[in-house]
Design a protein around this ligand. Structure first.
Ligand code: T3D
Length: 258
């Protein structure tokens, strides 16, 4: 069974984490296959949104703990350098929106890979666990970077140290995720959201993502200068011209992504 299912439909690259009997825990094969799928999403111009979800009842339980005690287990250095960091980097640098549809439990690296996506929606059945402290590790996959920025330092500090299980409603309330979606119809509602993103001005969304990425480290004046620079680029796109024309002509815009 392939650890990642990858399909392209309606302008959306669908990456499904596929080790359902292990709650889609990441082993090396899965981490490398996910990187390959993200590269395909980057290279294929017909893909204008990436949708990431889990098969079965979980999203991902993070690192496969059986793998790290097996004979010829990858080292911790390999796990971070070759598995998780390249996934997070690809998601953040991909010039297309990435939607995480968290269908069930997301723990450890599984939680933080979801949380580095551009938009995170979760089923009522989902939960988020910074499980690292339970086994003596620190949060990786960008957790110590994204979490305090999403929910504030105090909440981030408490949930990473205590390893609390945060349910989807609470995650939405604290700003960790965008929205909770009812369990019934979760797959179709989230797919619809991905299709909506795929029909939007893709290049403009990529520039928005670039601006947001830099807002983590830029100060105010640098960010104003960056907005100035990126807005000049957005103004050159077909989709900008189309958006304005469609508004003035009182019709639905037809965006091409360029
Ligand atoms: O060296 C390193 O570790 C470096 C990498 C670090 C990155 C990380 O992600 S560290 C964090 C690793 N993840 C965890 O510690 C979470 C471990 N899992 C759990 O705590 C629980 O499974 C959950 C809270 C996520 C869900 O609980 P529950 O009761 O819904 O499910 P379950 O019964 O525990 O799990 C179902 C099956 O999945 C079970 O298999 P079995 O017994 O039916 O054959 C369980 O062993 C398996 N499973 C769940 N998580 C993992 C896993 N197998 C391997 N690795 C897992 N992480």
């Amino acid at each position: 069974m392939s650890p990642i299912l990858f399909t392209v439909q309606d302008g959306v690259g669908n990456i499904t984490l596929n080790r359902p009997d292990k709650l889609n825990a990441f082993n090396r094969d899965m981490a490398l296959a996910m990187q390959q799928s993200l590269d395909q999403c980057n290279a294929d111009p017909s893909i204008r949104c990436v949708y990431i979800t889990g098969a079965g009842k979980g999203f991902s339980a993070g690192q496969d703990l059986a793998e790290i005690v097996a004979a010829n287990a990858p080292s911790m250095k390999q796990i971070l350098h070759e598995h998780y960091n390249p996934i997070v980097e690809r998601i953040r640098q991909l010039p297309k929106p990435v939607l995480a549809a968290v269908n069930g439990v997301a723990a450890g690296a599984g939680a933080n890979i979801a949380l580095c996506c551009d938009i995170v929606v979760a089923s009522q059945a989902a939960s988020f666990i910074q499980a690292f402290s339970r086994i003596g590790l620190i949060p990786d996959s960008g957790g110590t970077f994204f979490l305090p920025r999403l929910i504030g330092w105090q909440k981030a500090s408490a949930i990473t140290m205590l390893g609390d299980k945060v349910n989807a409603t609470e995650a939405e309330r604290m700003g960790m995720i965008y929205k909770v979606i009812p369990e019934e119809g979760f797959a179709s509602a989230t797919w619809q959201l991905a299709r909506q993103l795929a029909e939007m001005p893709t290049h403009g969304l990529a520039l928005t993502k670039q601006a947001l990425n830099n807002s983590f480290t830029n100060h105010y004046k640098q960010q104003l200068a960056l907005e100035d620079h990126l807005q000049q680029q957005a103004a050159l796109t077909h989709d900008y011209r189309e958006g304005v024309s469609a508004f003035l002509e009182k019709r639905t815009p037809q965006f091409t992504g360029h």
